[in-house]
Design a protein around this ligand. Structure first.
Ligand code: B12
Length: 226
C-alpha cells in the first residue's frame, strides 16, 4: 500500500534523522495511546522506515542514523509484543516456522511479521537470522508446522530459498507444507517469488496474517485430498 507521509510521519522522520531516540519513542507512545502499538508499527513507523530505506539507497542516510531507526523499531516492537493488542491472547492457530534465510541479518522486517502474526493469534516459532535451508525443514517437521515463512532482503540471499523448495519437493512435503516468502527484494522483483518456488508473499507485516490464513487453508486442503 503506497502511503504519502503525513505531518506526524515527517516529524518522526526528523527525530530519527536527528538521532533523537527518546523524542521518537515519545511521539510513537503518544500515537499508540490512541491507536495501539501494532497500528503504530504499520501505519506510523513503517512508512517512515520505507522513506529511510529509500534515502539509504540514495546514500542520504548514515549508518548511525540507520542504526537509530533500527533501535526505535525494536523499541516499538517490544512494546507491541508486551501490549494487550500484541500478545494478550493465547495462540489459536499454528504452529508456523519463520526466519531469515542463511547469511541474511535484516531482522527488522521478520520481527514485524512475527509480531503481527502473533497479534493475529498464530503460534510462531521464530528461528531468527541466518537460518540454513535444512533447518527450516527440520524445525517444521519436528513441530508439524504447515507453513514456513522465509524472509530475505538481498537478491543473493533470497536465491538460497530455492533450496528450501527443493528440499520440500525431495521429501514430498510440498503442498502439505506451504512456503511463504517476503522481504524488500520481493517487492522490487515480484518474479523472484516464482523463481525461488514460493507459494505466496505479502509486501507488509500487516498483510502477512491474511497470506498465512490462505496458505493454512491450502495446506489443509492438500492433506484432506491426500
Ligand atoms: C536497515 C538495513 C540494514 C540494517 C539491518 C538492520 C536490521 N536489524 O534489520 C544493516 C545495517 C545491518 C544492513 C546490513 C546490510 N545491508 Co541492508 N539494508 C537496510 C535497509 C535500509 C532497510 C531494510 C529494512 O529494515 N526495511 C524495513 C522493513 C520493515 O521492511 P522490509 O524489510 O521490507 O519488511 C517488510 C516486508 O518486506 C515484509 N516481509 C519481510 N520479511 C517477510 C517474510 C515473509 C514470509 C512475509 C510474508 C513478509 C515479509 O514485512 C515487513 C514488515 O512490513 C535496506 C534498504 C531498503 N530499501 O530496503 C538495505 C538493503 C536491504 N541492504 C542491502 C545491503 C547490500 C546490505 C549489506 C550487504 C551492506 C554491507 N555492505 O554491509 C549488509 C548485509 C547484512 C546481511 N548479511 O544481511 C541492500 C540489498 C541489495 C540487494 N537487493 O541485494 C539494500 C536494499 C540497500 C541497498 N539499496 O543497497 N542493512
Amino acid at each position: 500500500m503506497e502511503q504519502s507521509l503525513t505531518s506526524e510521519h515527517e516529524e518522526l522522520l526528523r527525530l530519527i534523522v536527528d538521532a533523537d531516540r527518546d523524542g521518537a519513542n515519545a511521539l510513537i507512545d503518544r500515537w499508540a495511546d490512541e491507536h495501539g502499538y501494532t497500528n503504530a508499527l504499520s501505519d506510523l513507523l513503517e512508512p517512515v522506515l520505507r522513506e529511510i530505506g529509500d534515502r539509504w539507497g540514495r546514500d542520504e542516510i548514515s549508518l548511525a542514523q540507520g542504526f537509530v531507526a533500527g533501535k526505535i523499531a525494536e523499541d516499538t516492537l517490544t512494546k507491541a509484543l508486551a501490549s494487550a493488542d500484541g500478545s494478550g491472547r493465547p495462540p489459536v492457530r499454528g504452529p508456523v516456522v519463520v526466519g531469515n534465510i542463511e547469511d541474511d541479518f535484516h531482522s527488522l522486517g521478520r520481527k514485524m511479521v512475527v509480531t503481527f502474526l502473533r497479534a493475529a493469534g498464530w503460534q510462531v516459532i521464530d528461528l531468527g537470522n541466518d537460518v540454513p535451508p535444512h533447518e527450516f525443514i527440520a524445525r517444521a517437521v519436528e513441530s508439524d508446522a504447515r507453513i514456513i515463512g522465509v524472509s530475505a532482503m538481498m537478491l543473493v540471499t533470497a536465491r538460497t530459498i530455492r533450496q528450501v523448495r527443493d528440499e520440500l519437493d525431495r521429501l514430498g512435503l510440498s503442498g502439505r507444507v506451504q512456503l511463504a516468502v517476503g522481504g524488500a527484494v520481493f517487492k522490487l522483483r515480484p518474479e523472484l517469488v516464482a523463481e525461488v518456488g514460493g507459494d505466496g508473499t505479502a509486501d507488509s507485516a500487516l498483510a502477512a496474517p491474511t497470506l498465512f490464513d490462505e496458505l493454512w487453508r491450502r495446506a489443509h486442503d492438500r492433506s484432506d485430498a491426500a
